[in-house]
Design a protein around this ligand. Structure first.
Ligand code: 6GU
Length: 250
């Protein structure tokens, strides 16, 4: 996969050199190109924003730098052999970023991120590129960040770990909270490792029993409990009949 990130804070994307994403890049599974939006400004002050039409607080990012940056980034990507770009615009007014959307994006060969600062990007930029490629306006949650760069980090990490050959063990995302399949619709429960006792705290006996079906049942009960506590909305949406069926099986 190729990703391009166009930003006025290239150094904000430094964490993409670290940990799982850094390894995916080092192994050649992911090519990340970070670009400074101000390279596409031609005035003395490298202006990227201006006051909003219609008045109001804050500043709006200008069409000119974004259009030139996107055109050149797209042309360079094609030149390098990339194809089928999609534009990802992080914004608190976008659709929710979910595991399902992470999977969808992980199946694309080329993502171009356009994170905004200030009050956002002039609408005409999204409208223009939407005629040329799929555009995903994405929010990472119901709160307001100062800019989309942190969202680019979040989305890139969620997507990169789904790429073939990035996680050591393909099983590693089978039981993920929000993964379709085994523990679908439940959050993950607690986990333990050695030593068996720490500061007087032991681990649940069942985990030492070697009784695999009972352990699986216990894990599911714990997952259910944690979900009920932290995400009651997910319990309301879940399929109670499917749980009852599984309980009869185990
Ligand atoms: Cl993607 N951007 C900003 N600025 N704030 C957010 C967000 C994105 N998602 C949630 N809040």
């Amino acid at each position: 996969m190729r990703t391009d990130v166009i930003t006025i804070f290239p150094e904000y994307l430094e964490p993409l050199n670290v940990s799982l994403v850094g390894k995916a890049r080092a192994r050649g599974r992911l090519d990340v190109q970070v670009h400074d939006l101000r390279e596409w400004t031609y005035d003395r002050h490298n202006t990227v924003d201006d006051t909003p039409y219609g008045g109001g607080p804050g500043m709006v990012m200008k069409t000119g730098p974004w259009g030139d940056a996107l055109d050149e980034t797209i042309a360079d990507g094609y030149e390098a052999g990339a194809h089928a770009p999609v534009l990802v615009v992080p914004t608190p007014s976008g659709r929710p970023f979910t595991q399902e959307l992470a999977v969808e994006l992980s199946e694309r060969p080329w993502l171009i991120f356009a994170p905004a600062r200030y009050e956002g990007i002039d609408r005409r930029v999204v409208d223009e590129y939407a005629t040329r490629m799929p555009v995903y306006e994405v929010s990472i949650g119901d709160y307001v960040l100062a800019g989309g760069e942190a969202a680019v980090l979040v989305i890139t990490e969620a997507v990169a770990r789904l790429l073939p050959g990035v996680l050591g063990n393909a099983e590693s995302h089978r039981d993920d909270s929000f993964a379709p399949g085994a523990m679908a619709d439940l959050l993950e429960g607690p986990v333990y490792t050695k030593p068996p006792e720490w500061r007087g705290r032991t681990i649940p006996d069942i985990l030492l029993s070697g009784h695999h079906s009972k352990i699986a049942r216990w894990r599911r009960d714990e997952a259910f409990r944690r979900t009920a506590l932290n995400r009651p909305d997910m319990i309301e949406r879940c399929d109670a009949a499917a749980f009852d069926k599984k309980d009869r099986e185990t």
